[in-house]
Design a protein around this ligand. Sequence first.
Ligand SMILES: Nc1ncnc2c1ncn2[C@@H]1O[C@H](COP(=O)(O)OP(=O)(O)OP(=O)(O)O)[C@@H](O)[C@H]1O
Ligand SMILES: Nc1ncnc2c1ncn2[C@@H]1O[C@H](COP(=O)(O)OP(=O)(O)OP(=O)(O)O)[C@@H](O)[C@H]1O
Ligand SMILES: [Mg+2]
Ligand SMILES: [Mg+2]
Lengths: 253, 253
Amino acid sequence: MTIVAIANQKGGVGKTTTAVNLAAALAERGVRVLLVDVDAQGNAASALGAPRGVRPNIFDALLGGVALEDCILATGTERLDLVPSSLDLAGAELDLAALPEREQRLAAALGGVRGRYEIILIDCGPSLGLITLNALTAADQVLIPVQCEYLALEGLAALIDTIARVRRQLNPSLCMLGVVATMYDGRTRLARDVADELRRHINTLFETIIPRSVRLGEAPSHQMAVLQYAPNSRAAEAYRELAEEVLARLNSG
Amino acid sequence: MTIVAIANQKGGVGKTTTAVNLAAALAERGVRVLLVDVDAQGNAASALGAPRGVRPNIFDALLGGVALEDCILATGTERLDLVPSSLDLAGAELDLAALPEREQRLAAALGGVRGRYEIILIDCGPSLGLITLNALTAADQVLIPVQCEYLALEGLAALIDTIARVRRQLNPSLCMLGVVATMYDGRTRLARDVADELRRHINTLFETIIPRSVRLGEAPSHQMAVLQYAPNSRAAEAYRELAEEVLARLNSG
Ligand SMILES: Nc1ncnc2c1ncn2[C@@H]1O[C@H](COP(=O)(O)OP(=O)(O)OP(=O)(O)O)[C@@H](O)[C@H]1O
Ligand SMILES: Nc1ncnc2c1ncn2[C@@H]1O[C@H](COP(=O)(O)OP(=O)(O)OP(=O)(O)O)[C@@H](O)[C@H]1O
Ligand SMILES: [Mg+2]
Ligand SMILES: [Mg+2]
């Protein structure tokens, strides 16, 4: 079983969209997947048609002594389950900070479900605080979505430094699964320039590029992944391609 | 003098873009403006052509005992100054939490510059943690950018609740300046539906809608506000209109 954290402190780059649609594409291909939402906004639940604001949730598993397997919800997608987030996470950094082994809480919680899923994806919020550190400490791999925008390039170096620091101090087995370019609009010179820049500097960049597509914005309002909402769209195809590349990288070791 | 916090915990909705271009539009109109960046990513500096990573910065003013006026940088725009952010802010929540009156640190720091500027804008990061609470406690008004996307609507109720809580517990004079719709692409039904939804439910919605425009993505790579980079663009016009509406609301009390 592999745990993949989907992280980037820059906001709105497509972390949740990638977590939800990659999870759905892997499940469609026969993989048993668990999606864990550690972002207080809890967008993953609504994007998958799961109820929002339910208990127990990830907050109860991290701080309330509830077993993580008791927080698992089924989704509208076969072979894809979800551990929902909680608004209470917004204040959880301070609670977590006071605990021993505060960075290891999620890794310990996930220990209980290791046998039930082949891949666990963790959707992180736009932060490099203690909750994202928990995700990076629990993970075997990190997937970084990067929007094809100039400002999104700026934070990438700081993020890669943080991942290296986590590998040195908290999780020696953490690897970089790769960087995926998102919201690519080939009609704009800006997106082409940013994609070129990524190809020049990032050696783990995925071949698959996720196009800017209104289908990805519409799918959450229909409470389903784009693979169900618009199965023949370029966006759905792109996430299926990404799933193939992810599996190839995970299987090649 | 008025302090306006630009906040929304949803990532990538146009907080920095609005902070930078509204500040530039107000300065163009003759208003003396200070932009304070409290987001660890520090995107405001590069979007305005100010150097990144300088000291002293907002971290030194909040936690290092440095006077805020000693952290002020000039920008490429006349009548617009900047207090730059710091990567160290990413870990500052835990340091701040241990201090007395931890939510009032920014309000106290801004006390020293009250007479020098007519408007102070605070660019917040994608969070509702202690640093954003500092901004909401220091502010007289809150401006909320909302992307015309379904997922961006979800967090709005939680944000408005948080603002009401801050008004009750920390800052009785905090008012809602308004909500501004951003990244509006009129060709998509999604954006039209979201804008309709905002008009129906948000009575402080600005008339001005910021269109989706690649000029706004390009301007930061040229280290200037869109008002200088593409002064006759729809995007520049929209931020000038927003500045007029903001001034009208501030002056009508
Ligand atoms: N390729 C795409 N094309 C068009 N829209 C997209 C694409 N990917 C994501 N979106 C939309 O852009 C917005 C931001 O995406 P998303 O919420 O997945 O980003 P995020 O990184 O998870 O944000 P946050 O930092 O708030 O957690 C959402 O409204 C989503 O529907
Ligand atoms: N109206 C617009 N049209 C097109 N692109 C835009 C628009 N507004 C902002 N952008 C671009 O979208 C991206 C997100 O905007 P921005 O960084 O201002 O959002 P933010 O809310 O400050 O993000 P964060 O949550 O990370 O602080 C940036 O690359 C910016 O250049
Ligand atoms: Mg998200
Ligand atoms: Mg920002």
